[in-house]
Design a protein around this ligand. Structure first.
Ligand code: MRU
Length: 350
């Protein structure tokens, strides 16, 4: 089955609803700014690059609904919508990156008619979308060079087609290596609390014919010890100037385990995931989500309803634990501020 993570067609913005996958496969439409916010906040659409593309189109949906008004009022509303959407999820920088890009293009064209600015915004959203797809391909091609025939790879969460509008980041590397005829097998950990590994990565990789084995999150240390893992590859939600990386909660534990077992640990991400305004990982905001997500699995309580729970959605892996970062521009081994500077990632006006 081929699906569109995000589609914008004839003024309608639709997504595959990731909340109930793979049990329910359905497409939903975001028809207002409230819908756009809620789709991001509830993870109907998720994954750092995907929420950036979605928010860019979402802004166009919101702007189109504004009543005809004076330029000043239009811009006030535009900035208000941008701030509102940015607040939906704080960790993945791709969201604010895409919205800042949209804001800048609107401001650069301030003198034009409102209808022209709206058209320019839609064009920019389409460019962001096209770039995302193309970057996935490049990440796949660069990363596949690191994969050997016969490798066993461990991945976490979902950094695949569902998290982007192309073939993914971490999973793009796997898809490309497979396409090149390399025989690989992939361990996916479940990724509690919301099971993006079990529900989403397992679903999309199975459709692409990858040899996969699902494990619980607490099994990764043991399978590393057993010598079953040659490489770990994960995605990223934000990478600071020194290479410290935020990704789905549990990534840090995998990195520590990989180091202890001498297993290369790779992060795959496009330039839009780098935040060079931040010196290191301590400055990355970590999204705290509802306690209910920890107490439930697929909306059913498995813990006492009133027990206290803690639910940080992401953690930070220090650069020292990362063997290389795979980007659309190439592979940066042993990342540090000096090497990342060479990537020449532009910091947008905020
Ligand atoms: O909370 P999620 O499901 O949006 O978290 C997603 C991740 O942590 C991914 O690994 C990351 O966004 C990279 S996606 C290419």
């Amino acid at each position: 089955m081929r699906f569109n993570t995000i589609q914008y067609k004839k003024g309608r913005l639709t997504i595959i609803d990731q909340r109930m996958l793979p049990l329910k496969i359905r497409t939903i439409e975001a028809d207002s700014i409230k819908d756009v916010y809620s789709c991001i906040q509830t993870l109907a659409v998720r994954g750092a690059p995907a929420i950036g593309v979605f928010a860019a189109y979402g802004l166009v949906i919101g702007v189109k609904k504004l009543k005809p008004a004076e330029k000043k009022y239009f811009f006030k509303q535009l900035f208000r919508i941008i701030d509102y959407l940015k607040s939906s999820r704080p960790t993945a920088v791709n969201l604010s990156w895409a919205l800042d890009r949209m804001k800048n293009v609107a401001c650069d064209n301030y003198a034009k008619k409102i209808s022209t600015i709206t058209g320019i915004l839609l064009k920019e959203a389409k460019v962001i979308h096209r770039e995302d797809k193309a970057q996935c391909e490049k990440i796949g091609a660069h990363g596949a060079k690191l994969i050997k025939n016969g490798d066993a790879i461990l991945t976490h969460c979902n950094a695949g087609c569902l998290a982007t509008t192309g073939s993914g980041t971490a999973l793009a590397v796997i898809y490309k290596a497979k396409q090149q005829g390399k025989k690989i097998n992939v361990y996916i950990d479940e990724t509690r609390p919301l099971l993006q590994g079990a529900r989403l990565s397992a679903w999309e990789m199975q459709q692409r014919g990858v040899d996969i084995t699902l494990i619980c999150d607490n099994m990764s240390g043991f399978i590393m010890k057993q010598g079953k893992v040659d490489k770990v590859i994960v995605g990223a939600d934000r990478i600071a100037r020194n290479g410290d990386t935020a990704n789905k909660i549990g990534t840090y534990s995998l990195a520590v385990l990989a180091k202890a077992h001498n297993i290369p640990f790779y992060v795959a991400a496009p330039s839009s995931t780098f935040d060079f305004t931040l010196k290191n990982g301590r400055e990355i905001p970590i999204e705290q989500r509802s306690q209910e997500e920890v107490k439930k699995i697929m909306n059913v309580y498995h813990a006492p309803k009133k027990v206290k729970a803690y639910n940080p959605a992401f953690d930070i892996t220090p650069a020292d634990y990362i063997s290389a970062i795979i980007t659309e521009k190439g592979v940066i081994e042993r990342p540090c501020s000096r090497k990342l500077k060479r990537l020449n990632v532009k910091t947008l006006k905020r």
